[in-house]
Design a protein around this ligand. Structure first.
Ligand SMILES: [Zn+2]
Length: 310
């Protein structure tokens, strides 16, 4: 009323606001949101690519990376998909009002290809232990590259720890003691073993025709690991080290889809890497639960998501 400011509110990110009150004394506070977790379901028909199908259906397109990585070693999308396949997804989002907070997380995926039903369940216990099923049977448990390691750097733009300038970080880093085993995250074929500049000693594994995982800064690679060799998820393919440009021992882990680095997984799932033990009874009950939840949600709520940051 008198021309001086009274309050000021700045929305920063993920629903967080900074509020300033111009009283006798200036006071500021950070107001954190209390998000509501919603479960959403959606269907997409695949014609050209999973990415395009999700985008068209209004489902977060970043899920295509999770799906490509999970199924890359099992399904050769280009050869086995005829087009017209239906993909059903269930996922969780944190919301404050209408706004989505953080990244959505996949909970369940079902896709029929060439007469086989592929299903994936991502648990919400933070274990990072996803399970793939084929025709209702457990096929494999998705492994983490370093078990129980601390996630020390995420995917995206960051100030480079060695060079000091802002660069794109093309993978995620796990800090772990030198010599800690590094595991293949999905089944595939060893594509490269050797040295690549700043990456140091590297192992690269090809999963299907378009997805590759890269494990860098390794201190050692098993003597009997050879180029062209098939590996299963969880097989040890190297040891954590600091070769190349690294400030200390860590695994730099990359997922490349069609040669382009993509965010391997959401930070939360990677942050809480856990041991994988295949307990089929528990796994089958998780599948039944996920199927029921998908059906329930497909009937009631169709996904309406607009913005997507890849
Ligand atoms: Zn890195």
């Amino acid at each position: 009323m008198d021309g001086s400011p009274r309050t000021f509110s700045l929305a920063v990110e993920d629903g967080v606001r900074i509020e300033v009150v111009f009283g006798e004394q200036l006071s500021t506070q950070v107001v954190a949101p209390d998000p509501e977790i919603v479960t959403l379901a959606g269907e997409a028909v695949i014609d050209s690519s999973i990415f395009a199908a999700l985008d068209e259906a209004g489902i977060p397109a970043r899920f295509s990376v999770d799906l490509a990585q999970m199924l890359g070693g099992t399904v050769d999308f280009r050869r086995e998909m005829a087009g017209g396949e239906t993909l059903r997804l269930l996922w969780r989002e944190a919301r404050v009002g209408e706004d989505r907070i953080g990244q959505p997380e996949l909970a369940f995926a079902a896709l029929e290809i060439g007469g086989s039903l592929y299903e994936i369940v991502w648990p919400d216990d933070g274990s990072g232990k996803a399970t793939i099923y084929v025709d209702g049977e457990v096929l494999r448990v998705f492994a983490q590259p370093v078990e129980g390691a601390r996630l020390s750097s995420v995917f995206g733009r960051r100030t480079h720890p060695v060079f000091g300038n802002v660069r794109m970080h093309t993978g995620v880093d796990f800090a772990a003691a030198r010599g800690t085993p590094v595991q293949a995250t999905a089944p595939g074929r060893v594509n490269f073993i050797g040295w690549r500049g700043g990456y140091g000693r590297v192992v690269e594994i090809l999963h299907g025709s378009d997805t590759m995982t890269r494990y860098a800064h390794l201190s050692a690679v098993p003597e009997d690991l050879a180029q062209g060799q098939r590996v299963a998820a969880g097989d040890v393919i190297g040891r954590v080290g600091a070769t190349g440009t690294a400030t200390g021992p860590n695994l730099h882990y990359e997922v490349l889809v069609d040669g382009r680095p993509t965010d391997p997984l959401s930070d939360d799932r990677l942050a809480e890497a856990a041991e994988s033990d295949a307990d089929d009874t528990a796994a089958l009950s998780r599948l039944a639960e996920a199927r029921a939840l998908l059906n329930e949600n497909l009937g009631s709520e169709i996904a309406k998501t607009t913005t997507e940051r890849l």
